[in-house]
Design a protein around this ligand. Structure first.
Ligand SMILES: C[S@@+](CC[C@H](N)C(=O)[O-])C[C@H]1O[C@@H](n2cnc3c(N)ncnc32)[C@H](O)[C@@H]1O
Length: 428
């Protein structure tokens, strides 16, 4: 056993502290899972009822929280709690069936999770590995937790099989300590499931350092595990602190996961440590559907802080966590700032105008498909902006062959958006 890697001891005498970027990551995971359940299970007429949540690097589930002088739950507990919250929020009268699979290669971590973290969160009954049925005022749901000790890469086929048999939607949280623990082949296996997505902690700074220092020990991993030959051209990576290089690293990472990992939609959150211009890691969201991309953007806006807006092109959404936490002594409820909102609308305006005015007409769905990854705006902001432009006479929206009227109608995917037949364009 690699004793030096023990972060949680089974007896609870050793547990790690929740660092600011860890907490920020947990906020995203939590918000996203609530929104995911609410959107897929709770919003359509009869939504998805079966979900598999795989936390492939789950850890011990509980941290010390120095800022709050309290304890802080880790990803496995937060995922279960978020599923329950999403279920309650959905208020549906058909069942929700969820299986949770928690993997860690350290037995002590899993022991700590089962014996300390889960009981502390009131989840001890789920530690027996059998299906539990819960009935409450909303209806019925089933939950089952499995705890598996082992290397993620050796367990991926089992995970795929379990998710496939369970049917429904599969969400993978991949949160390793390094970039050599998840292969591109595993990413593709997850992609092969009909409905699947990944939230992956991708250690970009370790990769940047490897690329510039060319550590020979890692070359094989770079080529065979990450399959990154032909990406991250060393000639273009001069000063790691410069924004152009950071922009390049992000774009190459997106290209890599889209091309080799097969996921068409990739989106990043960057975790930038205090005083630095370099993200330590990206939280990359990989999905196949526009809906998932919209939900992750909504989740960001719910957990927004004011430090990302001028860096969108370089980092995607950014959390400058340490500065923010330390300097603001914050309560962790972020508000959407005026600045972020204005920046987002401005970016969106440019992109939509380019598309709308370069062709005769375009559907709302097509507009979203073509731009959703390229700006920070969420769906609500798309609808707001299109309605403003429509009200000002800069565009027309046609639904079922009629002009759309009204102040704030929601938009539908087949709505046609075009420049007005009678008015000269004045968007720029
Ligand atoms: C960053 S921690 C996970 C933290 C957790 N996801 C959270 O947010 O609370 C990474 C965990 O992955 C485990 N781990 C490292 N390499 C692994 C591997 N190859 N397979 C499975 N687990 C691994 C470590 O023991 C550690 O508990």
């Amino acid at each position: 056993m690699r004793r030096q890697n023990i972060a949680w001891s089974a007896d609870g005498s050793v547990i790690p502290e929740a660092e600011p970027h860890t907490k920020a990551k947990h906020y995203i995971i939590e918000t996203y899972v609530v929104n995911l359940i609410h959107t897929l299970y709770g919003k359509s007429r009869h939504g998805v009822t079966n979900f598999t949540f795989i936390d492939g690097f789950c850890g011990g589930g509980l941290y010390k929280d120095p800022q709050e002088k309290d304890m802080w739950y880790g990803s496995p507990v937060k995922i279960i709690q978020a599923v329950r919250e999403g279920y309650k929020k959905s208020r549906r009268n058909y069942p929700l069936n969820v299986q949770f699979i928690f993997i860690d290669n350290q037995k002590e971590h899993l022991d700590y999770l089962k014996n300390h973290a889960m009981p502390r969160a009131g989840l001890d009954e789920l530690c027996d590995g059998v299906v539990h049925t819960f009935t409450d005022e909303f209806g019925t749901r089933t939950e089952k937790c499995e705890f598996i000790q082992g290397e993620f890469e050796e367990l991926i086929d089992l995970c795929i099989l379990k998710a496939d048999l369970f049917k429904g939607h599969a969400f993978f949280l991949l949160d390793p300590w390094g970039w050599t623990d998840v292969s591109m082949e595993s990413i593709r296996k997850i992609h092969s499931l009909t409905k699947s997505e990944i939230l992956y902690t991708f250690m970009i700074d370790f990769i940047a350092r490897f690329i510039t220092e060319r550590d020979t020990n890692l070359q094989k991993a770079f080529r065979d595990i990450l399959e990154a030959d032909g990406y991250y051209d060393l000639k273009k990576i001069t000063d790691l602190g410069s924004t152009s290089v950071q922009c390049y690293l992000r774009n190459e990472s997106m290209r890599l996961f889209r091309e080799k990992g097969k996921f068409k939609k990739a989106f990043t959150f960057s975790m930038v440590p205090r005083g630095d211009t370099r993200p330590l890691y990206y939280l990359i969201h990989l999905s196949k559907s526009l809906t998932a991309l919209q939900v992750i953007k909504d989740s960001f806006w719910q957990n927004n802080n004011s430090f990302y807006q001028y860096h969108f092109e370089i980092y995607g959404y950014t959390f400058r966590t340490t500065d923010f936490y330390e300097e603001n002594q914050l309560s962790l409820e972020f508000d959407i700032t005026e600045n972020n909102y204005n920046y987002s609308i401005k970016k969106l305006h440019q992109q939509l105008a380019n598309l709308i005015y370069s062709q005769e007409e375009i559907t709302f769905l097509n507009l979203c498909e073509r731009t959703m990854e390229l700006n920070p705006a969420n769906r609500k902001q798309y609808v707001e902006l299109i309605n403003i432009l429509r009200m000002e006479g800069d565009i027309e929206v046609i639904r079922n062959d009629k002009l759309l009227n009204g102040k704030k109608p929601d938009l539908q995917k087949n709505d046609l958006i075009k420049q007005p037949s009678t008015k000269q364009l004045r968007l720029f």
